[in-house]
Ligand binder design. Sequence first.
Ligand SMILES: NC(=O)CC[C@H](N)C(=O)O
Length: 265
Amino acid sequence: MAVPRVLILRAPGTNCDEETAFAFEAAGAVTERVHVNRLIENPKLAEDFQVLCLPGGFSYGDDIAAGRILASQLDRHLGDMVRQFCDQDRLVLGICNGFQVLMRLGVLTSGVRETQPATLTWNDHGRFEDRWVHLAVDKTKTPCVFLKGIDKMYLPIAHAEGKFVTADAEALKAFGDAGRLALRYTAADAGQASDEVLPFPSNPNGSEANVAGICDATGRLFGLMPHPERHIDPTHHPQWTRRAQQPQWGEGFAIFKNAVDYFGE
Ligand SMILES: NC(=O)CC[C@H](N)C(=O)O
């Protein structure tokens, strides 16, 4: 099986790059954490990689809006590199702040309309929310490579600007019809994605259609607000000491394994 090489992009304020590298390596990938300035000096560095991952954190201190400055850096200096990952048969994953960057870049929302159809904005309650949430995959129709075979997950969130909003109902429907609203917040153990907005705390930020993560039309580009790299070991689970038996992996692991397996198919 081909072993994919994962470029984990760092910027000032990134704080989840080591955990994300650990998760990909546990799943069988080779990783390198590369600072955005190194790539700007030499964009050819990216040619060796099959997966681009933007990890979580507070890139550039969330100034202007979370992910805005790193997205501008990528757009202004590394547009060709981003396009290569998006257009070729490679994968792109954005986790939390990385998801925010991908949304600002517009790569996850392309194909819906000319003007920006969706964004991530401040949580409804206006505060940083740091806790575990229940999630369900919109299984019937999503093309998302990263969510293959996953029904539901229990993962931590830690964000202030995670509310998914669309320009209008038509845009929301276009994403939904294509299965691009791939990952949703649910009530405890509901196990099923629902479009009807759930109240807090099931939906932690007020996202339309309870959206926690979306993918592009091909399913190769995916962004999510929860942190799968923070649930790799079963002992990451808040109740692990009360379980009679431990599973082999935490519930976020399958996302990284799916990315690695994609290159073995
Ligand atoms: N954990 C993260 O990546 C946080 C993202 C961003 N800094 C926010 O608060 O919304």
